[in-house]
Design a protein around this ligand. Structure first.
Ligand code: CTP
Ligand code: MG
Length: 195
């Protein structure tokens, strides 16, 4: 089916961002990594609240960067196998995977910064923001990277990788995959709140 192909190709592109966003939660309960769980903001305050809060740690940031880039590397090894079935499969590269991962983690931190300014505690739900923060960050970083490497500073720069329709597919389906992922993490007791 045509639509399914579009979805699979779009997910192929955004996969490093998904992995970078979930890795921090996955490693949060590993006991020998506990000592690296220092908050990125170092406990600092801004306007009577934490800058980012305890939910954004160095351990999470590093784990996300490594896991997202690693999945991107695995994708580079596999994509020729899938090419016959999906002729317009977006080509993953290691720098692109690194940018998607860094963007995802940055977007998540930007959302935490915003939530703290609004006096919301870590774990308090911020619908839409919680689900899309990392995707917006990933797209922004990936766009900057492709614009810089192709010297094409237009909104269309990302179309080397995916069409406008596929961009919207990612935006629309991410809240659903995010909810399913968080529900699983909650059931596995990786997360204290199911969002
Ligand atoms: N996490 C982390 N480091 C990061 C991102 C996430 O350690 N850079 C871990 C934390 O254990 C965090 C969990 O992943 O609690 C879930 O992340 P998220 O839902 O984004 O954080 P919240 O705790 O809900 O905090 P916030 O309100 O700031 O988003
Ligand atoms: Mg969050």
């Amino acid at each position: 089916m045509e639509l399914l192909t579009l979805i699979i190709e779009a997910l192929w592109f955004i996969l490093p961002a998904y992995v970078a966003n979930s890795a921090p939660v996955d490693v949060s309960q590993i006991s020998f990594l506990k000592k690296y769980g220092k908050p990125i903001d170092g406990g600092r305050m801004l306007w009577g609240n934490r800058v980012l809060g305890d939910g954004k740690t160095w351990r999470g940031l590093i784990a996300g960067l490594i896991a997202g880039t690693l999945i991107g590397y695995i994708q580079t090894l596999l994509q020729s196998t899938f090419q016959p079935t999906y002729p317009s499969l977006p080509q993953m590269t290691i720098p692109l995977a690194l940018m998607l991962s860094a963007g995802a983690l940055f977007g998540d931190m930007a959302a935490s910064f915003l939530k703290r300014r609004l006096k919301m505690q870590p774990g308090d739900p911020a619908p839409i923001l919680d689900q899309l923060d990392f995707i917006i960050g990933a797209f922004a970083f990936a766009w900057t990277y492709t614009a810089a490497t192709t010297n094409q500073w237009t909104l269309q720069a990302l179309e080397n990788h995916l069409t406008q329709a596929q961009f919207w597919i990612v935006i629309i389906i991410t809240p659903f995959t995010h909810m399913i992922g968080n529900a699983v993490a909650y059931l596995w007791k990786l997360k204290k709140k199911p969002w």
